[in-house]
Design a protein around this ligand. Structure first.
Ligand SMILES: C[S@@+](CC[C@H](N)C(=O)[O-])C[C@H]1O[C@@H](n2cnc3c(N)ncnc32)[C@H](O)[C@@H]1O
Length: 282
């Protein structure tokens, strides 16, 4: 079976540690849940027959839904082809500013919004996704002369994967997304990272502070008690070690790519936490 791969660059993308994640994942399970799906690296790598994927980011889930739908998928690709030919700094800001008029934006066809999200991801500075308090995308132009917005073969594989399997797509909070998970299902959590430097504040730019990490740890434990296989990745911080001390904490090294400050790129310790030892002995 051909496997797809992430088609957007996403903060916290897991391509670099995909082999480790696979190593720690269970070999057999029923439904796969990925409540913080982002770019979907592990989803595509495992390509499970039954899956529930979710993300809080409405524009991102709309892209997945459009890739699944035959008609919207074709239209989205055509739209992207035309964006590639029109690409320029001025065009970028034109597309970026489409969300400034909320009324109009909400009435825009799904496939056009999906094309916009993919195009902005490829043409913006460093592939970041960032919105301001009014939910307006505000990443500056990435200064690329030419952009390739998609790989037709890869998107074709993903389109087939979504259509020949049972893949449900949700746009809710992570806790809601896993409420139907049952014994024997596999839940993989890849939340926004915790950090030892944002000390006592519960505020973070992505809205996922210490309180959210604690709420997630509670959900992890509930799923574990229910008999699900649960796996979580995060940074190797004090809080994370404390929250998951009753589970298996595997420390690994990962290279971070998305960081505006080149000096800060480098090795950061990550952890993969599981509530089970898999058949491979991990
Ligand atoms: C670290 S990223 C996931 C990266 C992904 N696994 C990959 O390989 O690209 C975290 C994701 O969680 C989403 N998110 C943040 N808060 C959330 C919440 N409360 N519920 C669900 N998703 C949330 C963000 O939109 C973001 O896409």
């Amino acid at each position: 079976m051909l496997k797809g791969k992430p088609f957007v660059k996403w903060a916290g993308g897991k391509r670099q540690i995909i082999d480790k994640l696979k190593e720690y994942a269970p070999i057999e399970f029923n439904t796969y849940y990925e409540p913080f799906v982002g770019g979907g690296a592990l989803l595509f790598e495992l390509s499970p027959k039954s899956a529930v994927i979710n993300d809080y980011n409405k524009e991102l889930i709309n892209v997945y839904e459009c890739i699944k739908d035959e008609n919207k998928f074709q239209k989205m690709c055509n739209e992207l082809n035309s964006y590639e030919t029109k690409h320029s700094e001025e065009f970028y800001y034109d597309i970026r500013n489409k969300d400034r008029d909320k009324n109009k934006f909400n009435k825009t066809a799904d496939y056009k919004r999906a094309a916009r999200t993919i195009y902005l991801n490829k043409a913006c500075f460093n592939g970041l996704y960032r919105v301001n308090s009014k939910n307006e995308f505000n990443v500056p132009f990435g200064k690329k002369i030419k952009v390739n917005t998609y790989d037709g073969q890869n998107l074709g594989i993903i389109h087939s994967y979504f259509n020949f399997n049972d893949v449900k797509m949700l746009n809710v909070d992570f806790e809601e997304a896993v409420k139907n998970a049952k014994k024997g299902d596999f839940v993989y959590f890849d939340p926004p990272y915790d950090s030892d430097t944002d000390t006592f504040t519960s505020y973070t730019e992505d809205g996922f502070g210490k309180e959210e990490q604690k709420r997630l740890a509670k959900v992890f434990k509930e799923l574990s008690d229910r008999g699900c296989y649960v796996m979580l990745s995060n940074h190797n911080t004090k809080l994370i070690n404390e929250l998951y001390k009753d589970f298996n904490i595997h420390v690994i090294e990962a290279k971070r790519n998305i960081n505006a400050n080149g000096k800060k790129r480098g090795k950061v310790e990550e952890v993969i936490i599981t509530n089970f030892e898999n058949e491979k002995g991990f």
